[in-house]
Design a binder for this molecule. Structure first.
Ligand SMILES: Cc1cc2nc3c(=O)[nH]c(=O)nc-3n(C[C@H](O)[C@H](O)[C@H](O)COP(=O)(O)O)c2cc1C
Length: 383
């Protein structure tokens, strides 16, 4: 079957991200599924993220003549085919083997950014050649300056031009659901895991041929100072220490645009601008850190008032449709990232998943632009 025929078939069978989510649930072992889905605490914020998008109405205007949509977007000095890209997701291989590489390739094909997490299961060296100019690298900042510099050099040498510093993990959060599902970092083999592997043969066969998921970028350093495990290393080395001063130092060390991800307060956005950050991602980490946090879309207008025109304002958390992207852009975001939606794509459809999610979102964005009566993203810009 030709690629085009395959694409049309998939778009008919799985027309929305929710369809991929359902298929994904069947294809991944429980531990990976709960890891992907969970929020923190009682997970109230997971639903709030969705409800907040759905509560935003946009009033359409009609009789505007021929509709010739343009959705190309320039952000951080790069031009992308659409105003959205792939957010960083850690432990990706637990959900689907080589998911990072499949998504990096899809991002390159479709001309959108792919963000590789420090805690991904593939390294900058293995992903870099697949993603080309479309690669962003996400940093969880190590306490040790030398280690930080080593990781950044590896990312830069592998071709990643844009750096994303995630600031919203002062401590690992409590994610009870993943604990109940038997999750640990790194994943441990126990009878439950073995049963899950036996009942998900496609995942298991691919995992066996790729090797068990490991935090391949940082595992090299787990004996850095002592014989601590990779899990201890991540907890001990990668959290609780970040300051604006360190962000500023990293800004000065990195040769390319730097983005701070995980802001919700206008004052933090102002701080990011003050230290010279080219971009910010307004985000509650997909509801995974602080269940009492506000939703990014609710705080976006205040952040836009505070820093519009001084830095590129991006947003993530809870985005599932092209219409959500349109809503975010209408409230002043310049770009949108999606974490789970792209993972649903890859876990449901393997190598076709990234392209398919792109097609769904782009199609839905363009259709809703027509419904709203705008044909270019510039018309949406907050004045
Ligand atoms: C399974 C999973 C793992 C994640 N790992 C990381 C990570 O390693 N680094 C990071 O900055 N954000 C991480 N995030 C947060 C995402 O980058 C993004 O903020 C979030 O997924 C957006 O919400 P959405 O999944 O509803 O699109 C992770 C999110 C998920 C769902």
């Amino acid at each position: 079957m030709s690629y085009e025929a395959q694409r049309q078939k998939l778009l008919t069978k799985y027309p929305a991200i929710q369809d991929l989510e359902r298929k994904s649930k069947k294809r991944i072992p429980d531990v990976g599924w709960h890891y992907l889905q969970t929020g923190t605490g009682e997970e109230a914020l997971v639903n709030k993220n969705r409800d907040a998008f759905n509560s935003i109405s946009l009033t359409p205007q009609f009789c505007k003549g021929e509709f010739n949509p343009t959705v190309e977007t320039k952000v951080l000095g790069q031009t992308f085919s659409v105003p959205f890209g792939v957010a960083p997701v850690g432990l990706t291989g637990l959900m689907w083997p080589r998911a990072e590489i499949l998504l990096a390739q899809a991002a390159k094909r479709n001309n959108i950014p792919y963000t590789l997490s420090t805690l991904a299961t593939e390294t900058p060296e293995t992903v870099g050649p697949h993603v080309g100019e479309m690669g962003w690298f996400q940093l969880y900042t190590p306490r040790e300056k030398d280690l930080r510099r080593t990781i950044l050099k590896r990312a830069s040498d592998s071709g990643f031009k844009t750096l994303v510093i995630t600031v919203d993990i002062p401590l690992p959060s409590r994610r009870e659901r993943t604990k109940r599902a038997g999750m640990s970092t790194p994943p441990k083999i126990n009878p439950r895991f073995i049963w899950q592997a036996m009942t998900h043969p496609t995942w298991t066969m691919r995992t066996l041929s790729n090797g068990l998921p490991r935090l391949r970028t940082v595992e090299t350093y787990s004996d850095f100072k002592s014989m601590m495990s990779v899990g201890d290393f991540v907890e001990g080395q990668m959290g609780g220490n970040l300051t604006w001063e360190m962000c500023k130092e990293i800004r000065e060390e990195w040769d390319g645009p730097v983005v701070v991800k995980g802001l919700l307060h206008p004052k933090d956005a102002e701080k990011a601008v003050e230290i010279g950050m080219e971009g910010i991602v307004v985000s509650n980490h997909g509801a995974r850190q602080f269940d009492a946090a506000p939703t990014p879309i609710d705080v976006l207008p205040d952040i836009v008032s505070a820093v519009k025109g001084k830095t590129s304002i991006m947003l993530d958390s809870g985005v599932r449709t092209g219409l959500d992207i349109l809503r975010a852009l209408s409230l002043g975001a310049e770009f949108v990232l999606l974490g789970r939606a792209f993972l649903y794509g890859v876990t449901a459809l393997g190598q076709y998943g990234g392209d398919h999610v792109y097609e769904i979102l782009k199609g839905d964005l363009i259709n809703n632009m027509a419904q709203l009566g705008v044909s270019s993203l510039d018309e949406l810009k907050v004045k």
